[in-house]
Write a protein that binds this ligand. Structure first.
Ligand code: DX5
Ligand code: ZN
Length: 218
């Protein structure tokens, strides 16, 4: 398996010190940017202009997680704001293949996410249209929730399908990833790990990233 990717979620950073908080995660593999619209999820975060600020403060890959309705109407703005990987929710769109093609046509990487209650099987056949797939291991909307280990069944299904079909698709997981949970996710076949509170809650983001990386590599 390839080296694990660690994507801290900027949602959990102190926005009064955004520049420092971004500098503190320079050893990460990218920055996960949680976009919430207060409709698709019962919480609001920020939009394209803050995303653009994050992009200006960093030279890292921006992994944009759109927890919004009508993602079709917004992907271009998030790509213009610096998004490198654009993840929309499969529950929020009627034509996920068309949206993936639109994202790739704008020279970004395309990804879809499934909420805990959404099955992965109906979408396996379309995986070649995507660069990444995001398995939610909490209900989207808030940082700091508990990891749902049963979601790892989806990871195992994806790992088997991707390997058997020789696909170039990254499996990402998001929600409740910490030193206590990352090893089991790695074991199930996750490539990319989002971590919010585990990176930002304990005062030393670089040390937290190193620890998570080590636990995911074993
Ligand atoms: C939840 C977000 C997550 C969240 C992760 O809706 O998509 O990215 O910020 O935070 P932790 O790691 O604290 O669960
Ligand atoms: Zn997220």
């Amino acid at each position: 398996m390839s080296a694990p990717l660690i994507f801290p979620s900027i949602l959990n950073a102190d926005f009064a010190r955004l520049g420092e908080e971004i500098a503190a995660i320079a050893t990460a593999d990218g920055i996960h940017v949680d976009i919430m619209d207060g409709h698709f999820v019962p919480n609001l975060s920020f939009g394209p202009s803050i995303t653009e600020t994050v992009n200006r403060l960093s030279d890292q890959t921006l992994d944009i997680h759109l927890m919004i309705e009508n993602p079709e109407q917004w992907v271009e703005q998030y790509i213009d704001a610096g998004g490198d990987i654009i993840t929309f929710h499969i529950e929020a769109t009627e034509d996920h293949v068309a949206l993936a093609r639109k994202i790739r046509g704008l020279a970004a990487k395309a990804a879809f996410s499934v909420k805990p209650g959404t099955q992965i099987e109906p979408y396996l056949e379309d995986l070649a249209e995507f660069d990444q797939v995001l398995v939610m291991s909490v209900e989207p909307g808030f940082g700091g929730q508990s990891f749902m280990p049963e979601q790892l069944d989806k990871v195992r299904t994806l790992r088997t399908y991707i390997d058997e079909n020789n696909l170039d698709v990254i499996i990402e997981i998001d929600g409740g990833i910490s030193a206590d949970t990352i090893a089991q996710a790695a074991e199930a076949g996750v490539d990319a790990f989002v971590a919010g509170s585990a990176v930002y809650k304990f005062g030393d983001p670089a040390a937290a990233i190193a620890k998570l990386r080590e636990l995911a590599t074993r």
